[in-house]
Design a protein. Structure first.
Lengths: 111, 117
């Protein structure tokens, strides 16, 4: 059974701070890693994908991947109240095209 | 480009009735996925198709659920008969054709909120 683990939160940070969201996965053959943002009552929205060890930056978002530790994280710099949402970590292996999702971390950015 | 389209957006039905959910994937996408999301179980994969062919239906909860993809632009998820425990948000997602980013990104539709009374 492939598992993706996330702390459910809520993670509360002040506006302008860095929010750090973490995810661990159990299947060592996992190759593709994604972060989705989901606002209440809305569908998941892809915000980051990462395939190689190291960091990947896109605007205020940085995804970090460490395959040896089976760990992926998302950093949000200069957090804004509009970043308040649930962040879902998702993992896929090369053979199976479907994603396995974590349960999500709820982020609250306090103005 | 239009995103993934789902209909209806909301469905309220009574136990025992047949429910059909519809999905139109993004044009050119070769994979289509059906997910279900509940508070208790999170986001779960039900079934996915590649080039209209079902590849993995191991997530379909029981025989009451069935899915079809008669062509590249349309898929249905049917529940017959429906039960209150089927109440959830059902999402359809499609995957882009392989590109420079290795092409596993999935894009979700707005979902169908199903309530079975």
């Amino acid at each position: 059974q492939k598992e993706v683990e996330q702390n459910s939160g809520p993670l509360s940070v002040p506006e302008g701070a860095i929010a750090s969201l973490n995810c661990t996965y159990s299947d060592r053959v996992s190759q593709s890693f994604f972060w989705y943002r989901q606002y209440s009552g809305k569908s998941p929205e892809l915000i980051m994908s990462i395939y190689s060890n190291g960091d990947k930056e896109d605007g205020r978002f940085t995804a970090q991947l460490n395959k040896a530790s089976q760990y992926v994280s998302l950093l949000i710099r200069d957090s804004q109240p509009s970043d308040s949402a649930t962040y879902l970590c998702a993992v896929a292996d090369t053979g199976r095209r479907a994603l396995t999702f974590g349960s999500g971390t709820r982020l609250q950015v306090q103005p | 480009d239009a995103g993934v389209i789902q209909s209806p957006r909301h469905e309220v039905t009574e136990m025992g009735q047949e429910v059909t959910l519809r999905c139109k994937p993004i044009s050119g996408h070769d994979y289509l996925f059906w997910y279900r999301q509940t508070m208790m179980r999170g986001l779960e994969l039900l079934i996915y198709f590649n080039n209209n062919v079902p590849i993995d239906d191991s997530g379909m909860p029981e025989d009451r659920f069935s899915a079809k993809m008669p062509n590249a632009s349309f898929s249905t998820l049917k529940i017959q008969p429906s039960e209150p425990r089927d109440s959830a948000v059902y999402f359809c997602a499609s995957r882009r054709v392989a590109g420079p980013s290795k092409g596993n990104e999935q894009f979700f539709g707005p979902g169908t909120r199903l309530t079975v009374l």
